[in-house]
Design a protein. Sequence first.
Length: 401
Amino acid sequence: MVSALALLSCSNDVEKWEPTGGGGTTTPPDPSEDVVWHERARETFDLIDRYYGIASGTWAGLYNENYPKGSENSSYLWPYDGLMSGVALLHRLGYDDIDYPAMTDQFERYWYEKNGVGGYGSQTNGTSGQADRFYDDNSIVGLDLVEAYNLTGDTKYVERAGRIVDFLAAGEDDIFGGALWWNESAKNQPGNDSSNKPACANGYATSFLLHYYEVCPQEEKSDVLAFAKRLYDWLVENLRDPSDGCYWNDKGADGNINNTKWTYNTGVMISNGVDLFRITGEQEYLDQAKESAMGSYGYFVKLDPLAGTLVYPDHDPWFTIKLINAYIDIEPYYSQASSYIDTFINFADNAWENARQSNGLFFENWTGTANPDRDKQLLMQDAALESFGVIALYKGEKVEE
């Protein structure tokens, strides 16, 4: 992840989220009963396709990083992956007119070999990948490939996902007791803020490995699960705040902890705990996930003093939907998560009604305040698409045939 947003999100210089009044009970009014969330998701995709899609030339089939278009030829891998998470949801909902397999295959335009190991680059020249290869980027692509197999039954996606296991394995080392660095080009470089072992790389690698475990060949399962457990255990030992179960951002090459907390890091670890419990039956994983769910809602959700309602963070909505996915994962085992999800649904409804530009695209800040520098990024629109798709599935919606 090398976009401006990514550098802000993973550096030590970001402004920390300071919740006030989090964990309360005041929520916005429920959305109107006639809201059809899958229609909102589809409308959001159509806006993305119209304003960000590249129709011709070397990069045809990909999407721009920003609207209005900047100097880039196409988006970084991370925003394209964010788009594909939403497109997969549309496919699940029944929008068969979108060529989901063809869009999934565009990931291969980011793939390249380096030092004998393949991986997805953070950028593309239109044909193959280039620039740094990040372990979190690759793991999130892996999750989308496993999902593509689940939705299409095409085994090529399992094979492609298996290559990512090899990429991750090549990045594991024993510095600080194990785990992955943020990217392969900045390993163990004290004084370099990009040289760290972060929750995002290790949390999403764990998640990918656990999902790949469910579909991989039998002979791989033992090693894949052991790898996932090593990364999970490292995160609990090194980056979990025992006071609330939330996860700090990273452990730097100098050994210091960056104690910034982001919604998606805690979210993925809640999901990982649920998945490990389902796979192993070990109660400790579920107990840790429950503690993190409770603690994260108290930490990240605050009372908006102007509206008098509870809101999720006013920045990085793509991070927030990953936390909501985790609440959905844990809801069968932790009933309080239902209220956390309801708060988000109302927050998303506010975004639809009050946090959009004149062309229909979304602000980063879902309380309704524009941020011209970041509102133009594809990832902000991805977040809205995925959020509406997730809500539609959660509510049991389906496109009528």
